[in-house]
Design a protein around this ligand. Sequence first.
Ligand SMILES: [Zn+2]
Length: 318
Amino acid sequence: MKNTLLALLRKALIATLFVAFQHGALSADYIGPLFDAHLHYNEEAWNGQAGPHPVADVLTRLKRNGVKAVVSNSRPNDGTQLLAAAVAAQKTGTDASRGAPTADLTVVPFIRLYRTRDDYTNWFRDESIYQMVEAEFAKGTASGPYRGLGEFHLYDSANANGAVAKKLMAFAENQQLAVLAHVDDVAIELLMANTPSKGQKTRLIWAHTGIGGASIARVDALLGKYPLLMGELSYRPGLTCGEATGAERLCPEWRALLLKHPTRFLIGSDTWVNQRWQYYDALMQGYRQWLGDLPQEVARKVAWNNGAALFGLPLLAP
Ligand SMILES: [Zn+2]
């Protein structure tokens, strides 16, 4: 009788610890590789080699944060070309002088639609942008062909139906390019409707998963409707909840959504201004903290496997 009671108590204690661990109370940071699915290497970061964040600086930051792959795009595309060339040169050993050794870094190049800041508000109707994208796609990079278009922005959802926006969505799907779009939920539906498959075969990475704070129910519904829609989580309102511990923790409803769709989310730095490069370490540390709230298998997916699967990189073993 006494033994049975002890066994029951022990069982209850283990169950309590397990639940606590599952909910992050005792969780440790995620320590595996990271896939940064939203990186910019814009002109002001390097200014033709002499900016505050030359390639060597960027590569050092990625390396010390365990970032092993990046979706790179830049205004103009020269920044991505430069990064792709530096990493390719290191892989072949032709130029080891440009930064820390990064033979294990993969650059997944995307074509940015912006040559200058003016293009932000006009790209969806500017035929010369379409021509620029075609030419850039034909050129490719030293790290291989372009794999996506974007990031692009739509501040008015209706512009998803602009003549050039329509052509670019069809181009992306026909060339099997992913799309990185900073848009609202209404524009997601319009962009998807403008593809040959009506969004059923479109690999669309939703930057910030709705920076305006689309409801969790709405995000859930869109993930259900479009099988290859992915949510990138930088700047997502409501994702993490302030903790007395000072650590970044997932809010319960977001944790539930990530558990419901473990293969559909990605992390990203969104280094859209140089300040984001300065805080790159803290950004990645924040991700590692809340990734630690998730079951290991789910953390590995969001941190790495989901991005790797999108672009054919090796997956982490279970
Ligand atoms: Zn961005």
